[in-house]
Design a protein around this ligand. Structure first.
Ligand code: GDP
Length: 595
């Protein structure tokens, strides 16, 4: 017995230590995995992005409206930080902040936020499932805390008038099942991938087929291309895997239930360079009229310029060949949905999935892109602190494609001419100086998204301490100004994602022609934007902006030939649901109406 004593004491000690250490380990691990301090440093202390920090501080902390009233002085940084528990607490306290905002302004936007955030602590759980699952677009069963935005986005965005079709819903549920069965970590994944790897250059039949998405260009380009790639995966029963580098770490939640869409880092196909290309396959096909020797892996580059050789990706014959290749690696920066629509088989499927043809991005974008908890904390707190205050939110995206040849003033003149002419913003009243606030004034909040801080500052200065002729109060905010586009930079991408998402919450949107950054915002938000003329120097004599006819992104480089090799001249007569884009006459986009 005596001999036993030390053992039972150590056992007890072990259990005591275990029960203390295990929860601590789990908590620390969760906090670490969900921590956001990297970005917050950038936003609040300026350790890495000094320009941005200064800008955020200037525009957020000292936001005067046009009556000279000082705005909200809470800096974003003071609201940020922490792990999952804190995020959840904040999401509960969301209703408190919203109530204050509502009491102060009583605006329509805050009213809708208020009505969706009732007094019960379990308000998220009690929400109408149909509303939070976007009328069946999203599936239930996700761990809500792992992706708060998935359940809260409808607080912030107006309910979409477009309901997903039953056919689209059934396709998505079927896809999720295939992804769960064949996705990373599944037995089928390992079996199929091993087979593919061992027979890279000769054909093989596998249980599951894959489509690896690889990034090209800026985040907007990548997102529109990812939606097109996902549609292609849906149409071809392939499992979509994304090659997300560190630059996209922590931007999005996982979209597919009980699986991951990220290509595992240890996959032999990560950054794979030594595989046959689609172009070579096309040449072989043309030369020998035979594709008997098919590889197991094929790289397809659809990132074409207008001078590239024709890809014939929309043609039945080519799709038939591709169908027999188990792993496709696809690179594009284009929204190539219209080219899928040109294929007779895909056309039937797309038409069944999307009886309204001009909302493909709206549905698939909202299905795929949910801000991660880290991104959501930044988005929701910025929205509540600044944007929810108004009766109307106006998004203004100013993309300067040629900063060296386009004078800032020309761009500002263009922006103002568009916004004043279309009564998106009121003129300032130059006669009367604002001395005091009037009661019950309508507040318009403008969110400026640009790499350059001057545009937000100029607009804010214009409405500062001035009445407007309409009597409306104009408040201007800009969440960041990065000055330059950066590649493969996680914090930079996070700011871009935040801007795109916030813009998508607007009531009215003004974007820059040809910018895919704007396309993402308009598509998510189901907004038909006013397209600012794309200035490349200080030319004049053009309409400053035109209203777009659909929220779909424009496909900038559609096929140039029919499958028989004849040049494709008139899209509209061949494909009644395609139209020339307003912002780029060589591009096409889907419309709902064939007339
Ligand atoms: P596009 O070049 O306008 O079609 O849009 P992309 O998103 O493909 O590439 C532009 C990139 O520049 C973005 O992804 C951002 O990294 C950056 N950028 C451009 N405009 C803005 C902006 O308004 N806000 C932020 N945060 N980043 C921007």
């Amino acid at each position: 017995m005596n001999q036993m004593k030390p053992n039972s004491t150590s056992l007890r000690m072990f259990f005591v230590m275990f029960f203390i250490a295990f929860p601590v380990f789990v908590t620390v691990n969760l906090v670490y995995r969900n921590s956001s301090f990297g970005l917050f440093e950038g936003f609040s202390e300026g350790k890495e992005h000094r320009g941005t920090t200064q800008n955020v501080t200037t525009l957020q902390n000292v936001t005067h409206d046009n009556l000279g009233r000082e705005g909200d002085s809470n800096s974003v940084s003071s609201k940020l930080g922490g792990g999952v528990k804190e995020l959840q607490e904040r999401s509960q306290s969301h209703k408190g902040r919203t109530k204050n905002i509502t009491a102060a302004h009583g605006g329509s936007r805050t009213a809708s936020l208020r009505s969706s955030t009732n007094d019960s602590n379990s308000h998220i759980a009690n929400l109408d499932d149909n509303e939070k699952l976007l009328s069946g677009l999203l599936t239930s069963g996700f761990d809500e805390a792992s992706c708060i935005s998935r359940m809260q986005s409808h607080f912030y965005r107006k309910a979409s008038p477009h309901k997903p079709s039953q056919y689209l819903i059934s396709k998505l549920r079927r896809y999720e099942e295939i992804h769960r069965r064949c996705g990373p970590n599944s037995r089928s994944y390992h079996k199929s991938m091993t087979k593919i790897q061992h027979s890279k250059n000769k054909g093989v039949a596998t249980m599951c087929k894959y489509l690896i998405w690889t990034p090209a260009n800026g985040l907007g380009n990548q997102m529109i291309d990812l939606v097109a790639t996902f549609l292609y995966a849906l149409l071809t029963d392939r499992v979509l895997l994304v090659e997300f580098g560190k630059d996209k770490h922590g931007l999005f939640c996982e979209p597919f239930l009980n699986s991951t869409w990220e290509l595992p880092q240890n996959s032999p196909f990560w950054n794979e360079k030594h595989v046959q290309t689609y172009q070579i396959l096309l040449e072989k096909d043309k030369a020998t009229n035979s594709t008997a020797e098919l590889p197991s892996v094929l790289f397809i580059n659809l990132q074409h310029t207008r001078t590239d050789p024709e890809k014939f990706f929309h043609c039945d014959h080519n799709q038939h060949v591709l169908q027999n290749i188990p792993l496709l690696i696809l690179q594009s920066d284009q929204y190539f949905v219209p080219s899928l629509f040109m294929n007779p088989f895909f056309n039937l499927e797309i038409t069944k999935m999307f009886p309204e043809k001009d909302i493909v991005f709206h549905h698939l974008g909202r299905y795929l892109f949910h801000p991660s908890n880290e991104a959501w904390e930044l988005i929701s707190s910025y929205y509540q602190q600044h944007l929810a205050k108004g009766n109307e939110l106006i998004g203004l995206q100013i993309r300067v494609f040629s900063p060296n040849t386009t004078p800032q003033k020309s761009i500002m003149d263009l922006v103002l001419s568009c916004m004043l002419k279309h009564k998106i913003l009121p003129e300032v009243d130059l006669q009367t100086l604002a001395s005091s606030a009037r009661k019950n004034q309508r507040v318009k909040v403008v969110l400026v998204a640009s790499l350059h801080g001057e545009y937000g500052e100029n607009l804010r200065a214009m409405y500062l301490k001035k009445h407007t002729v309409s009597g409306e109060v104009i408040q201007v905010y800009q969440s960041s100004h990065e000055e330059h586009q950066k590649s493969y930079d996680n914090k930079h991408n996070m700011k871009a994602w935040i801007d795109m998402y916030l813009l998508s919450l607007s009531d009215k949107l003004v974007t820059t022609s040809l910018s895919t950054f704007g396309y993402v915002a308009q598509g998510l938000g189901n907004l038909k934007p006013w397209l600012l003329y794309r200035l490349i120097n200080n030319e004049t004599g053009f309409p400053s902006c035109e209203k777009d006819f659909s929220s779909e992104p424009c496909y900038h480089v559609p096929p140039k030939h029919y499958c028989n090799g004849n040049p494709m001249k008139d899209f509209v007569s061949s494909f009644p649901y395609l139209r020339e884009c307003k912002d780029f006459r060589f591009g096409v986009k889907m419309v709902n109406n064939s007339i």
